[in-house]
Design a protein around this ligand. Sequence first.
Ligand SMILES: [Zn+2]
Length: 393
Amino acid sequence: MARIWLDDAMLVDPEAPGPAPGSLLIEDGAIQARFAPGDPPPADARRVSLDGARLAPGLIDLHFHGALPAAAPHDAPGALLSASALLARHGVTAFLATTVAWPERELDARVETLVAALESTPWPGAIPIGLHLEGPWIRAAAAGAQPPDGIRPYDPREGAALFDRAGAALRLVTLAPELDGARALETELARRGVRIALGHSLAGADAVAASIANGAQHVTHLFNAMGFTRHRMPANDAPIDGFAGLVLGEPALGCDLIADGAHVHPDWLRFAVRAKGDRTILISDRIDVAASDRAGWLGADRMRSDGVAWRLPDGRLAGSLLTLDDAIRNVERWRVMGFHDAVAACTVRPARLLGIERERGTLRPGARADLAVFGADGTIAATWIEGREVFRS
Ligand SMILES: [Zn+2]
């Protein structure tokens, strides 16, 4: 395969303290080498000038539903294909196809279809690198817009069958630590190398501590679908719902945030970033509902968009319209994070959580040449996947 020299770039290396001018040599779909300005150019490489544009690793979305919840089960492969194309236009090169709390038989059937679809290649753009099960093992009283019928305690018999079916595709599970069977669930996930995120929860300190001891490292969409803390109360004073306050102060846990301005006020995003530092990740929690969707989740015909997020008739939030490039622009504009930090929150940090930072989310030589080029206005100018340009604005 040809050698391509991406020259005259501003390299946004999320493992470096800040951007620096330079260039990348890519070959066989991987980053081969990095050059500083003035280094002799690589031999036999096709030069592509980026005219000083910012070149970052491709963005990684840990929490993307797309059309999956609203589509009929057999439409899952189509939903992933359209997500792949859509996300590439927004600089996203990898994502986790994220499920919701479907009843047992439906979840099983959908996971089977999704796992089969994940194996199909080539993708037109972003690559679905695995599954994130958001539920069904969550707290009904903190369900958010999750379908209430599917929420259930953990049953090891169901879990073993489901996890065997998902195999290595299963990367992340969001669970409520206070749920019946949560310890057995965590033990099983840890044994299989699946990452554990806490969320959709009203747990107190004991359950959170037990989850951490069992391997939980992360909190899903901090502030959403969980209680907050009254500042005169202990954060763990059950039944007062202090979950967000509790996990904010817990150094063993990182978190992710939906930076659309509707799910969390920018002031609280800033607070979370101060508390969680370089373990703060940005996600989209995006839902795509087409006018034709009438079956699927919650009756998609009842959901409406207010231009920022999806809402149910009672006003409850039901997912975002966000993509990660928007999230980066938002947090920059709201002075929640600088650009460099925001890129890290969408690249190396989610890669680290999943344990895939050798292949994805960095500009290290040897990593996949999955790249996002940012234009001066912060929109995506081009996206590269495995050394191939898949999108140019
Ligand atoms: Zn979600």
